[in-house]
Design a binder for this molecule. Structure first.
Ligand code: GLC
Ligand code: CA
Length: 557
């Protein structure tokens, strides 16, 4: 396999709005990210993914872009971004931006012009259709954030436009070569500026199943999930290949696709040796227990499910390429709250979960706060919820007959706000995030869980993450950690997740996932213990006993 500059790196996702607010307006900003570059370097991450900071009405927190070429004043200026790129480079950190091109904002100039002249060139940048009051829409697909995918075109009574996400996020028409060219020009403009690549948002949605048509309804609202159309749409890779050829490849850019619902045969086209992305996220954990009825119907995930899901995805991609492994991101609840049972949410348990995830074969992406074990927040009032997805799911739960209290409890555990509370830097007011009032309340547990408390403590979760990142770069171990094959061990044993990484060396990664001690026969001589989330370990006659929640990274013969 050809070696790439990004293979051995660890990536860190910053959600700028909640990372560090330097001017005290309660909103994190680019100068705040610059100030924390030393921190990111100290942690050891070498790829920095910034969630969107472009001009945006923030209907979906910046994933609704009104100008791809300027920075939202709430986040800073283009000069700040230039400085960020420069300062990051000095520290050996490659910055990747979020590329949101399935849709733009309804406040983007393209859309405004389309409203003025739907038959003109910008009208063709979108999916606009004729419609009469009382008529059915061209299709009955339910948008990701609830309700139909169609909305009246502003300024018109007889025209509608398509949006897969929020009505303020009109979909761009990728069938139109002029639109595609405009997107490529924009991408190249950023790459020429010095960004190292992109995280590519919602990209699978750019290929629509056309002509628009109804599919069988899956809820009483008469609509069907938009994922149904993804299952039927064919040919997304034709667009992706063209985009890669005209933009990413000539720049040797690093790209990570946000891809759900890919088809088996597409995997090599996405992340194979000559794929159109460098990698894509492994959402196998995220997707566990999703219910077609909605969040209220989703059962808690177990560590057994976690193990099976990740082993399955490891098998699927082993011969193809690398996935980007994640425990969480800005769209998910906190990983430790989602995957660990309440009794496992200790520093020990969090280290175990972090370790099992980090050493999978793939490219680890950490999300801000994961390295200190930030947990879900307390959501006790729907009026204080910001996330549009949570608001929609709350309504779905009410419509299904849940009481307001039940509905709130059901959606709180899955809300995207859980990941979006401000970064917990220290125990000072607002967790050291802002001198003003944070746009989203800080998690009340910040006095206990914060970076300052963990940074200097050798046995903290933070130190553990830092050590994992160091091991990934260690010249003696990198070949095995980065490229070594993954082989599950004692896979059927409940309460244990263990696997080998076989390369120049043989590593054994093992965690006791169920709160019970676990016997772990060693297949060969134990050479050294590289990581242990407890002080000791028990070895006897070629066998280790893992204490509850114990995690070990071993080198064996
Ligand atoms: C992606 C983003 C999410 C956003 C959506 C629409 O899933 O990660 O935050 O709401 O796309 O752009
Ligand atoms: Ca600010």
């Amino acid at each position: 396999m050809e070696r790439k500059w990004w293979h051995g790196k660890t990536a860190y996702q910053v959600y700028p709005k909640s990372f560090m607010d330097l001017n005290g307006d309660g909103i994190g900003d680019v100068p705040g990210v610059i100030e924390k570059l030393d921190y990111i370097q100290e942690l050891g991450a070498e790829i920095l993914w910034l969630s969107p900071i472009y001009c945006s009405p923030l209907a979906d927190q910046g994933y609704d872009i009104s100008d791809y070429f300027s920075i939202d004043p709430r986040f800073g200026t283009m000069a700040d971004v230039d400085r960020l790129l420069e300062e990051a480079k000095k520290r050996g950190i490659a910055v990747i931006m979020d590329l949101v091109v399935n849709h733009c904002s309804d406040e983007h100039e393209w859309f405004r012009r389309a409203c003025e002249d739907p038959e003109g060139p910008y009208g063709k940048f979108f999916y606009i259709r004729d419609w009469q009051e009382g008529q059915p829409y061209p299709c009955n697909w339910r948008s990701y954030f609830g309700g139909p995918c169609w909305n009246l075109l502003p300024g018109h009574t007889d025209k509608i436009y398509f949006h897969a996400f929020h009505r303020k996020q009109p979909d761009l028409n990728w069938e139109n070569p002029e639109l595609r060219q405009a997107v490529y020009d924009m991408i190249n403009w950023w790459l020429d500026k010095g960004v190292a690549g992109f995280r590519i948002d919602a990209i699978i949605n750019i290929k629509k199943f056309l002509p628009f048509q109804d599919f069988p309804a899956d809820r009483e609202d008469g609509m069907c999930s938009i994922r149904e159309m993804l299952a039927r749409a064919k040919g997304v890779t034709v667009f992706l290949e063209e985009m890669a050829d005209r933009t990413f490849r000539p720049h040797d850019a690093f790209t990570v696709g946000e891809v759900f619902d890919e088809k088996e045969e597409e995997l090599p086209l996405f992340i194979g040796e000559h794929g159109c992305f460098s990698t894509m996220f492994d959402f196998s954990g995220t997707l566990l227990n999703k219910s077609p009825k909605g969040w209220y119907d989703q059962k808690p995930v177990t560590m057994e499910q976690y193990k099976q899901a990740f082993f399955a995805s490891q098998r699927r991609v082993a011969k193809v390429g690398f996935l980007a492994t994640i425990l969480e991101n800005h769209d998910e609840p906190r990983g430790v709250s989602f995957f660990l049972p309440p009794e496992g949410r200790t520093e020990t348990g969090k280290k175990m979960l972090g370790g099992l995830s980090f050493f999978l074969r793939g490219l680890p992406f950490l999300y801000q706060g994961q390295e200190i074990g930030m947990e879900n927040t307390v959501i006790s009032d729907i009026a204080r919820v910001d996330d549009i997805s949570t608001l929609d799911e709350y309504q779905v739960a009410l419509d299904a007959g849940l009481s307001p209290e039940e509905a709130l409890a059901a959606v709180a555990r899955l809300s995207r706000d859980n990941a979006r509370t401000p970064m917990q830097w220290d125990a000072s007011p607002n967790a050291g995030f802002s001198a003003g009032e944070p746009w989203l309340p800080v998690n009340p547990n910040y006095t206990r869980i914060n970076l300052a408390e963990q940074r200097g403590r050798p046995d903290s979760l933070w130190s553990f993450y830092r050590e994992m990142i160091r091991i990934r770069k260690d010249p003696e171990l990198a070949e095995t950690v980065v490229y070594g094959a993954l082989e599950p061990y004692l896979e059927e044993r409940e309460g244990l997740m263990a696997y080998f990484r076989r390369g120049e060396r043989t590593l054994l990664v093992a965690g006791s996932t169920g709160g019970e001690p676990q016997r772990l026969p060693l297949p060969g001589r134990l050479k050294r213990v590289l990581l242990n989330n407890l002080e000791d370990y028990k070895e006897q006659a070629g066998e280790l006993t893992l204490a509850p929640w114990q995690f070990l990274l071993l080198e064996v013969e």
